[in-house]
Design a protein around this ligand. Structure first.
Ligand SMILES: NC(=O)c1ccc[n+]([C@@H]2O[C@H](COP(=O)([O-])OP(=O)(O)OC[C@H]3O[C@@H](n4cnc5c(N)ncnc54)[C@H](OP(=O)(O)O)[C@@H]3O)[C@@H](O)[C@H]2O)c1
Length: 336
């Protein structure tokens, strides 16, 4: 059995991770940390786990976590994660980081979008980006994997085959995304307060959402030029799920069948990306590690439509896929 630990085990993504890991045949959960909950049973914080896990929360040092576990999942907020991860790595564990701390290659870009100096800048640009469908080889040989942002996965998965084809303009990509409220985490905020968000939809962080430079960086790896992305996130009155509609201009006339063909060729054999003919909805992927994608050509533009569960393919499911890559296990172990 592979010993694993979870940092920030009281949060939403950690709960999803615990649910998957409890089904994983090769995993033993040896530690689950919290700074402020004391040391109650994990199931007292996550009642849906009652009777399924016999483990108490602990406030452990990063060194102790890294000594106990072969792999540590960091479900901490950005900045907090990069303060702790170097000490976990130094203790000998591999790490899958849920936060944004190791996704960007450039410390200056991190400073620009996150508003503070990166605590561990030397690892930026050296860390595997945790989207196995696209970066499997780098993940397999890594010690530290940066799980992608949930919106980023919903955009990059459908865009990647189109960008690689060379058939599309990259200076005018529009990404319009709706997310369920769990995307904002468990910490209460005005925007996610029930009377504020129930029966209402609103855009937020227009022109300045932090997944924008992440999406541009990944696209630039294949494009060779910096793409220009306008990304508009919106909060939808649902618990979980992301629906993204992406608009991209082809350089020549293309058909639905050609674009769907690009997607199907790219993801043939990929368990967790489903290229579908119908228009997918968030309910099709809730509680699963699937990202569903389709395409339509409308008035000369290509529309890509994708959906996924922000807490699973957007977070915990992707993390377990990455864990399976890191430890040489079949990628779907523990999942559908
Ligand atoms: N929610 C999503 O859909 C989603 C998707 C993809 C990625 N992510 C990323 O995954 C990470 C976790 O997200 P989440 O939604 O699970 O957040 P969350 O529900 O707010 O949980 C984060 C946990 O981290 C701990 N924590 C908070 N501040 C801390 C600090 N300064 N130092 C140490 N521990 C701290 C808290 O536990 P204690 O207070 O008990 O210590 C908290 O339960 C974030 O980086 C987020 O950006 C989230």
């Amino acid at each position: 059995m592979i010993k694993v630990a979870i940092l920030g085990a009281t949060g939403y993504t950690a709960l999803e991770l615990l649910k998957i890991l409890l089904r994983h045949p090769e995993v033993e959960i040896v530690a689950a940390t919290s700074r402020q909950e004391g040391s109650p049973p994990v199931s007292s914080v996550h009642p849906s786990l009652f009777g399924r896990i016999d483990l108490a929360l602990e406030d452990l040092s990063p060194e102790e976590v890294g000594r106990r576990a072969a792999c540590v999942f960091s479900c901490l907020p950005h900045c907090a994660s990069a303060e702790i991860i170097p000490r976990v790595l130094a203790a000998g564990a591999k790490v899958v980081d849920f936060s944004a701390d190791y996704r960007l290659d450039d410390p200056a870009t991190y400073l620009e979008w996150y508003g503070h100096q990166h605590p561990d800048p030397s690892r930026l640009g050296q860390t595997a980006y945790g989207l196995p469908e696209l970066f499997r080889d780098q993940i397999r040989s890594a010690d530290l994997v940066a799980n992608p942002g949930c919106y980023s996965t919903s955009a990059i998965v459908p865009l990647a085959p189109l960008v690689k084809s060379g058939w599309f303009e990259l200076d005018d990509i529009i990404i319009d995304s709706k997310s369920g409220v769990s995307g904002a985490g468990r910490q209460p905020k005005m925007m996610t307060h029930f009377p504020e968000c129930n029966e209402s939809m609103s855009a937020y962080n227009v022109g300045r959402h932090r997944h924008t430079p992440e999406i541009e960086q990944v696209i630039a790896r294949w494009a060779g030029v910096a793409p220009r992305v306008i990304f508009t996130p919106q909060l939808a009155p649902m618990d979980r799920g992301i629906l993204s509609t992406i608009y991209i201009k082809p350089r020549r006339v293309v058909s639905d069948a050609e674009v769907l063909g690009l997607l199907r060729d790219a993801y043939a054999g990929e368990r967790f990306v489903r290229v579908v003919d119908h228009l997918p909805g968030t309910k099709d992927t809730v509680d699963t590690n699937f990202c569903d994608v389709t395409a339509r050509v409308v008035r000369g533009r290509v529309l890509l439509i994708s959906c996924l569960d922000n807490l699973v393919k957007g977070a915990a499911g992707a993390a377990v896929q990455n864990f399976n890559c890191l430890f040489g296990l079949p990628e779907s172990t523990g999942m559908l």
